[in-house]
Design a protein around this ligand. Structure first.
Ligand SMILES: *Cc1c(COP(=O)(O)O)cnc(C)c1O
Length: 367
């Protein structure tokens, strides 16, 4: 469990010799989109067997020198995280629950037979990238600096076993509002593929899960839908989650339901935060199983008012329509964004941006 890392590692700063010029950066930040623009620097920390974590560097963002036999390229020993840095009203940069990302990163690491990173080192690496590239925060409506911490197996070895060397990296990508004018309701396709099986890697945030979701996602899009929803692998009946977002169901008796974390569902930090916020609102929140047949029946009877998906990137996304390849489509509520969906989204976003009271100590100020 415990890694050999010292409680605090000194970060060596190697400033970029030629950062992007101010006018070019300003132009790029006016419409950053999502995941296509990157700041000037990256943080890297090395791990080798016997030595643990060492050589923490904040240096220029650059391609990685990687041996073609590096284990990550063959056996997909890779995990990642995603969190956003915000600029609060007083100009201070802040992170939202980074220690929750650090803890989840380590549970992913365990499942993928990778070394754990001390949580304070994970958070410090995030602080370091924001400290050096905070000016890459896009000062636009709904803008954020999206941080992508990840770890890869770097050892050059083709045998199948856990690698003996790893690299932890944090890169930063300015992001605009995922949805320009609030979140429109999406149409989702019930996949006959499965995302995760009991005992598999569904609860780990690893690249491999995403690789396996690309064909189902492409199929959903080819059929005219925005997203894919996965059912459980054993009975193909219980609703799990979307390719990268958790689900919530809102009922007419004031209750909320989200699929329980059975080991095949990724434990989202947005999911967890909304659980707390909904309870504060006086709603009853249940974590339980919910079947595709019940979903359809409840939508038809009017008992189900809303469904939404949640995750860091888009925060909260209303689901308007669901299409099952066997039984056909059904509509949720009016087919548009629901009231509670909007309210919870607003609540969470205003805490993240420092506009509402942070009663749970979720916002970590970096100033
Ligand atoms: C990251 C992720 C989520 C959402 O997690 P957040 O912490 O809320 O961003 C949900 N499902 C999957 C499969 C994910 O990879």
């Amino acid at each position: 469990m415990a890694t050999l890392a010292p409680a605090s590692l000194e970060f060596t700063r190697l400033p970029h010799p030629a950062p992007l010029a101010l006018d070019a950066r300003t132009a790029a930040l006016a419409d950053p989109g999502f995941g296509k623009l990157f700041s000037d620097h990256m943080v890297t920390i090395e791990w080798t067997e016997g030595r643990g974590w060492h050589d923490a560097v904040v240096g220029p963002l650059a391609p990685l020198p990687l041996h073609p036999a590096a284990a990550v390229l063959h056996y997909a020993q890779e995990i990642f995280e995603g969190l956003k840095a915000y600029r609060l009203a007083d100009g201070t940069m802040a992170l939202f629950r980074p220690e929750a990302n650090a803890a989840r990163f380590n549970s992913s690491a365990k499942r993928l037979a990778m070394p754990e990173l001390p949580e304070d080192l994970f958070v410090e690496a995030c602080r370091q990238i924001v400290a050096v590239d905070g000016d890459w925060f896009p000062d636009i409506e709904g803008g954020s600096l999206y941080l992508r911490p990840f770890m890869i197996a770097t050892e050059a070895f083709l045998g199948v076993r856990p690698a003996k060397s790893y690299k932890f990296i944090v890169i930063a990508s300015p992001a605009g509002n995922y949805f320009k004018s609030g979140a429109p309701a999406v149409s989702i396709w019930v996949s006959q593929y499965t995302r995760a099986a009991p005992g598999g890697t569904g609860a780990a945030k690893c690249g491999g899960n995403y690789a396996a979701s690309l064909v189902p996602q492409a199929e959903a899009m080819a059929k005219g839908h925005d997203q894919v929803v996965f059912l459980d692998a054993a009975e193909h009946r219980w609703i799990e989650e979307l390719g990268g977002m958790n689900l919530y169901f809102v009922f007419d008796d004031g209750t909320l339901l989200t699929p329980a974390l059975t080991g095949t569902i990724l434990p989202g930090i947005t999911r967890d935060s909304l659980l707390t916020l909904a309870r504060e609102e006086g709603l009853t929140v249940r974590e339980d199983r919910y079947s595709i047949d019940q979903w359809r029946a409840d939508a038809a009877s009017g008992r189900l008012l809303e469904t939404f998906a949640c995750g860091t990137a888009a925060v909260v996304t209303p689901v308007g329509k669901v299409t099952d390849p066997v039984e056909g489509p059904f509509t949720i509520g009016s087919g548009g964004p629901g009231q509670l969906t909007q309210k919870l989204r607003q609540k969470l976003v205003s805490i993240q941006r420092g506009e509402a009271e942070d009663r749970h100590g979720w916002v970590m100020r970096l100033g």
